[in-house]
Design a protein around this ligand. Sequence first.
Ligand code: ZN
Length: 505
Amino acid sequence: MDNDVKVKLEQFKELVRKIRSYYEAVALLHWDLRTGAPRKGAEVRSETIGMLDTEMFKLQISDEMGGYLEYLSNPNVADQLDDIDRRIILDCQKEYERNKKIPAKKFQEYSVLTAHAQTLWEDAKENSDFEGFEPYLSKIVDMKQEFIEYWGVKGTRYDTLIDMYEPDMTVEKLDQVFSKLRGRLVPLLEAIKASRNQPDNEFLNQIFEKEQQEKFGLFILEQMGYDFEAGRQDESVHPFATGLNPGDVRITTHYLLDDVTSALFSSLHEGGHALYEQNIDANLAGTPLAEGTSMGIHESQSRLWENMIGRSRSFWERYYSDLQQHFGPQLQDVKMEDFYRAVNRVENSLIRIEADELTYNLHIIIRYEIEKMIFNEGLSVKDLPQVWNAKYEEYLGIAPPNDGLGVLQDVHWSGGDFGYFASYSLGNMYAAQIINTMRKELPQFEQYIANGELLPIKEWLTDKIYRYGKSRTPSELILAITGEDLNPDYLADYLEEKYKEIYKF
Ligand code: ZN
């Protein structure tokens, strides 16, 4: 490598580390806001976040950055770099080009607004107060619409947002994949509803002390291989995972006293996200590649652990007796088989995060369609509750009694995360496709789970996915692991097989 190149590359990496430090500070402040920061400090805190975010933003689009990118992406120079460095440059370039188009003042305004709105949303949800929250949400949508103009419309306006979370994914592809998936899930749901073998799940809704729930959740996280020296679990209104760096990946959960499964499966879910980020190769730390490659792949890891492992029969063959012992009398008379069937009961319900594996995808399709209406058809925020309720009636046959259980249930929109929801279903589809390959390459897969040996599974996933962080794109990963592109049939096959057996049809 020429000495000149070497020097410039080092300077560039120094700037990248500086940006990463801001990223970490902002992520930590967000974490703190949502895990018990004093309410009265929230407004000032939001401004602090906005300020730091803006500093980071300025560095990302600085002339200094522009200069390095121009120099390092010159073919004569790029030829001398290794693959990882080239990927870092590409990632910074994408960020640079995207952010350069937004005036810094606008960005700061947006950042303060969304940080504040996330706090307001917690109250709005609790009080089912859509009207009070509506002006903030409208403002967020207006700003997002403005940003789309700055970024430039690719395909449709909504495509521009989808691309943020799932590179290479388009509305056209999603329309196809979702319609294929829905085509197979709707008849399956009908067969399930018609079955005479409905699992009973009432015993799940007894009182389960929070301390016991917490202990069991931590035990399961440990079994998965979650590294408590590189993370911690706290409580928040809406469970989430946040990776500050591979040595500090935090998760949260939310306890419901009258439901033993809610916090447990959310720990498995967020634990799956965390395993991904804790096991990214050390040589990517301090670079923008030290995170998941896309939200869809991220969700594939959380949902793989939550559902395909955590809701499998093998898993409960191993862990059910532990669960019984943890809680004393509540589950003493409940058989493992009945518990397994209960946690896999399919129900048309209102709340996405508590939905079963099948109807979950319908919750996502509803959000996807609504977001598409907002950005491509100009649906007004004021009309959201009405549209939301109508779609729930149409897809799931139930209407929310209030907006807290309806349109206000998710945190995403308050943070401006439009375009994110599709990732959850993509995650289910990727996960089923990945597991299909894992079963072939790890023939003892079921046995490992039934023995409580979860580490070989974590290692396989580390080898195929985790360690690469963002240095491979979602489509490269899926193709390399499974030998084909995204295919929704694997998820539909998996669900059919599972539910035919549970519901006996
Ligand atoms: Zn998730």
